[in-house]
Design a protein. Structure first.
Length: 444
């Protein structure tokens, strides 16, 4: 059976397609399960004295980010799983490069000479964003298979890459904001153009006519319930149908008042820098997810050994701050600054509703890595900073700290990556990366 998603309905029926969503989602024809999206965020370099400054206080579902570098996440506590005790294998060499290679792959860096500085080699297998993108693209043919963007990663510098489409291959992220803007907005404009030559006004007039028909149907249903001897099952079905009609009427009324239009008014591109550029990029990612333009989004502030200067905080490179004894305070300030941006992005996802009423965090899942190492000064890879935001249509139970089993921590990293793949529908996938480092099935 051909699956239909929200984007298809808008393209085929214009604004009128919105009112069809509540009915289609009750049928096998609506691609609700296949509508999941996976987002991967990477904030490099861990945290100074990571255990003390990064992890929330408390345990289980009773915890708080207050007073930590991550305190901007406190309003999102119920939407997160914070993992403690995750350990990532380390093979020696440059920990930043090795960590960037392994963080989303669970695979050792490839053999042979390094392709760039610090003896960096692409890993021997793909990162999970590409595994998931291949799977979801076969299920739900979105206009863009995979978005791979960055703020500070340098194009073609593989040291600054955490996304790998295949063994030995790197995927250089887009860093140009104008390119990002055009790739998203041009596709939204195409969908809006497909909503009909008559434009929104004509579509709204047609919807108002449909609303009067729906009103009449509700009256007929009420008469039938009063005058006919209906079974409990028949009455229940009529009640369900009535509720669907009321949902449609509410959405049509909202459209008539200018709300929830599928064709937003989008400002022309403006070049911005520093924090404004980070947030503009996150705004575009939210649009891309809301409009079902891409199945998978990968975003990284920088990569392993991130030498980006976050000028809103300091003019010293981020990596340069991690090793200076007198720079630990500024190292923490940059980390706090980046977590503030992540909190902004998650709040935007939570505030954006799908047409069937879920917010984007309920419907999708975000894997957040706080670094290729847990502490940028000593290059530790124990107690790695990972979080999951969002519920993936009920797959994840959020609002808790998840403490890994002390007897199986060396395998916890691979099992977390496997859980992310399973949450996106890869039910038959049993390992991610090196099989001997991913035994026991998914962590969640």
């Amino acid at each position: 059976m051909t699956k239909i998603n929200r984007r298809d309905l808008i393209q085929r029926f214009g604004l009128a397609g919105i009112m069809l969503v509540p009915l289609f989602r009750q049928t096998r024809a609506y691609a609700a399960e296949n509508g999941k999206r996976y987002i991967q965020l990477f904030k490099p370099l861990g945290h100074p004295d990571g255990d003390r400054t990064y992890f929330p206080s408390g345990a289980g579902n009773n915890f708080s980010f207050n007073g930590k570098l991550t305190e901007a996440l406190e309003p999102l506590r119920d939407d997160l799983i914070v993992f403690k005790g995750i350990q990532m294998y380390k093979n020696g060499g440059n920990s930043h490069a090795e960590g960037a290679s392994r963080i989303f792959t669970n695979v050792q860096a490839g053999s042979g000479p390094g392709t760039k500085a610090f003896d960096f080699r692409p890993p021997r297998g793909p990162s999970i964003d590409h595994i998931i993108a291949d799977h979801l693209y076969n299920q739900n043919n979105s206009p863009m298979k995979h978005i791979n963007w960055s703020f500070g990663a340098q194009k073609n510098n593989v040291v600054h890459t955490t996304s790998f489409p295949a063994a030995g291959r790197t995927a250089s992220p887009v860093v140009n904001l104008e390119v990002m803007y055009n790739s998203v907005i041009s596709r939204i404009n195409l969908i809006c153009k497909a909503s009909g030559a008559g434009g929104n006004a004509a579509a709204l007039n047609a919807l108002k006519g449909k609303k009067s028909i729906l009103d009449n149907n509700l009256v007929l249903i009420g008469d039938a319930k009063r005058n006919l001897k209906l079974s409990a099952e028949e009455t229940s079905k009529l009640d369900q149908y009535s509720e669907q009609i009321r949902v449609l009427e509410k959405e049509i009324s909202s459209l008539g008042n200018g709300g929830n239009s599928p064709c937003p008014i989008i400002a022309p591109f403006q070049s911005v820098e520093n924090s404004a550029r980070i947030r503009a990029t996150f705004d575009l990612i939210v649009l891309a997810v809301e409009w079902e333009l891409a199945n998978v989004v990968s975003y990284q502030f920088g990569g392993g050994q991130d030498n980006t200067r976050y000028n809103d905080v300091t003019n010293t490179s981020y990596h340069g701050l991690t090793h200076g004894e007198n720079d630990q305070n500024r190292y923490g300030q940059v980390s706090r600054h980046l977590w503030g941006h992540i909190a902004y992005f998650l709040q935007k996802l939570k505030a954006t509703k799908t047409l069937d009423g879920q917010n984007l965090l309920d419907a999708h899942a975000v894997l957040i890595s706080g670094g290729e190492v847990s502490d940028g000064q000593n290059h530790a890879t124990n107690n790695m900073p990972f979080m999951v935001a969002g519920r993936a249509n009920g797959y994840f139970r959020t609002g808790r700290i998840f403490q890994t089993n002390s007897n199986n921590r060396m395998n916890s990293h691979g099992r977390l990556l496997l859980a992310m793949c399973r949450s996106m529908g890869l039910a038959n996938l049993n390992t991610v990366g090196d099989a001997d480092k991913c035994p026991g099935g998914p962590m969640l």
